[in-house]
Every structure is written in structure tokens, then in C-alpha cells.
Design a protein around this ligand. Sequence first.
Ligand SMILES: [Zn+2]
Length: 480
Amino acid sequence: MKRFLTLVAALSASLLFGFAQPFDVAANLQSHIEFLTSPTLEGRKAGSTGARMAAEYISNEFDAMGLKPFQRADFFHPFTTAFEDGVFRNVVGRIEGTARDRYIIIGAHYDHLGTDEGELYAGANDNASGTAALIELARLFTTMNYKPTHTLIFAAFDAEENGLHGSQDLADRFRTEEVKVMVNMDMVGLLGQGKLTIEGVGTLEGSEELLGEVASKAGIALKPVRFETSIMTATDTEAFAEKNIPTLSLSTGKDSAYHSPQDVASRIDYKGLASITQMLADAIVRIDQSEAVVASGKVARKHNSGTNNLLFGIAYSGGDNHHTYPGTALRGREAGAWNLGLSVLYTHKHFGFRTGATFERRKALTPMDTDDPFGPAQTISTGAVTVPVELMLKTKGNSCIYATIGCYYSRNLLAKQNKELCGLSHLGLSESEMGWQWSLGVRIAGFYIEGNNRYGLTPVYTSGPTIYNRTSYCTLGIYF
Ligand SMILES: [Zn+2]
């Protein structure tokens, strides 16, 4: 029976793709994009009348081709957001699979930016292209009467441009283990002679090879990327990746017209978009049927929820250092400080542990004679290996705000007096130093910037008055 079913499935797949299409995909794509970008829809700003009309249009298309609604009596999934007024609507259809509670989700946002001072932001590539491809993809499956194993979800997302809200609403409706993959299309209309980028092939084992095959069959130059690495853009895959669901993000990239009034329908490569749509249909069939294509356990890096996450990075800190004289009103004058080194971060949900090793140079303007703090000053600088150990509190996600508190140990390796290299003991400097530190930082994907303060708790000199180091840094770092 199973073999028979496989045969039927294979046969329907070959029917689907081995024969000429029964309708003109490129022409349909063009008419969708021309409608979605028409002035009547006023740039499809989330919550606007134009966006409502776009949603009605998609719903009518889904209905006409025989898709079934998902979890609701109609195709609309209304939702609200915390910071914006109004009700937004995803448009979600499904083709029922033979397996229970197993899903493949295909999504594209249909909202765009609206108008600005009378100028229409048509959003042809961003993302009427993905929306049109979504509709035609569904039509390929319904026309050929394909019977999938997984239930295929076709989701047109609202409110992407103002914060990926639509995809978040849909993602909340699934449990991680129910979804084999979430495939998103955002800006897929500019293939031309270029490449189709698919980010996230590292999240789904076997997908890189599979996609390579269907792309070459479709004559599409493919650029597979294992994880999503761009920090400047966010896509509707994010909410799914946060749930550790494998994601594939398709895009032909953005050009100078991105988020400008020049993003119009006449610039779209309809033939290229039709190839992408057919290629994706082919890929979905194979992903649906293949038991070898499974979640790798890794998710697109920038979206990793960080539930269990070990990261290695390098960081540079620049700032200043001065001496403090506890119990007195004295405060040393600032001189430069910097450090460069490796950092290791382990995070679990809202907590983290960070350590590393840096080479650290700290200078301080100090009195020539430590017993005479008002006497003539000189620059004393040290070079040390410093090891910090810190606990972190952070907000959710890899892009987050965080605070750390911890301690550090520095082992001085060299010392300079007014740029002359001298021995530590010659200057009466301690061989090592311990202290505490805190920091506040922001991380965007793999990059972070933070303010960091160190307070020495052991004296700078082995004898004489007790003097401590006090250092402030601005740190720039990157995690791999
Ligand atoms: Zn977009």
C-alpha cells in the first residue's frame, strides 16, 4: 500500500512537473502584481483600506482555486499588535495532507509601505512578487490535484513592514515538531540574469542538494546560504526560527528601488518569477515526500532563540583608565586603555555566562613619587592578559539588550614608564590585579556594542599608598 501511495505521489509529481503547465504562470503572476501595485491599493500599508483590498483579493484567489481555510471558517486570521491601532489580517489557506498534524508552511507578506506625500510606494518586488508567487504556487498544487503527505499551508502575511507581526501570529498556532519547514518568499521578482538566494539550507538536512537539483532543472542559478546572516534585514522566517523550526528564505535580493517609489510592476522579471514558482513547487513536492530531508537541529543564526547557545567571538575595547586613591579626595587623571581578545558566551534563555582572554593595555598618569600625589606626573602603563568571568541577563533572542556583572583577573606581563620598557618590580607594580566589572550592551545578530566598567580591588603598587585602577571601555565585538 505504501509503495502504491509512493507511486501515486511520484506520478502526481511527474504530472505536475513533467508536463507543460495547463495555465500561463507568468501571465497570472503579472496580473496579480499589477493589481496589488495599482494606485487603488495605495501601497497596501498594514491596516489601510488598500491592505484590506489586497487581503480580499488573495482570499478570493484561494477560494476560487479550492484551497481550504485553516483553523477558521474563512481565510482571514485577524490579529492585533501591542503598539499599533487597528486589526490586521493574514490570509491563510491549506491543502490537507494525509498525515495528521504534519505541516509545510509557505509564506509571503503582502503588506507594504503605503503612500508618502502623495507618492505611491507600490512594492512590486517587496512583496507583491512573493504574494503573487504564493498564489500561483497554490494554484499549481490545486490544479494538479496533488495529495500531499504534509498539510500545505499557504500564508499571505500582513503587518510585516511594521514588525513581522503577521508571521508571528501564524507561528504561534503551531508546535515546533508539527512543522517540517517554513518557506518564505520576500522580494523574488528580480531574478534577471542573477541568482536566487535561499538562506537557511543548513536548518534542513538534505535541502541544499535537493534545491540544487530542482534549481538546475528550472535553469535557475542558485545561491544557497546555510544560515541567515544578514543583520540589516529581518524576514517572516524569524518567528518560526525562534521556535526552532527549519526555515528557508527565498529572495532575488533588493536593488536601488528597495523601499522607494521606483519599486514598480514594470521592473519585475515575470519569466524569472514563474521559474522560481515552478521550482519551488517541485521542491515542496520533494520535501513533502522525502524522509531523508529532516530538521538539522540548527536554526538560522540571527533568529536563534538562544535557548542553548555557545558562541565564540572577538572584541576590541577602547577607553580610558585612571587611578583612584580610596579615603582621599584625590582622583588620578585619565590616560588611554584598550584591550583585544577572544570571548566565549554561553546563553540559556534570559541568562548567560561569558568569559574569554584579552591582551590589555592600561595607562595612568601618576605622580613620580607615589608618596607625593601632587608632585610631577609620569605615564605608567601596563600590558596584561586579562580574564573576565561574567554573568549575563538578557532579553529574548540573539538580537538583544543585555547586562553583565562579574569579576576579572589580570596578570601583568610588561610595564612602561613614559614609554620606556621597565620591569614591574622596578616600578613597584603588582604582578596581578583582581577586580569587579559590569557592562550594558546591545547585540544585533552577531554584532555587539557595550559600555564596560572595571574597578580594581587589589592595589596597583606593592607598596606605598593604596591605589586602584578604574577603567571604562566602549567595546565592539562579533560572534561567529
Ligand atoms: Zn519585504
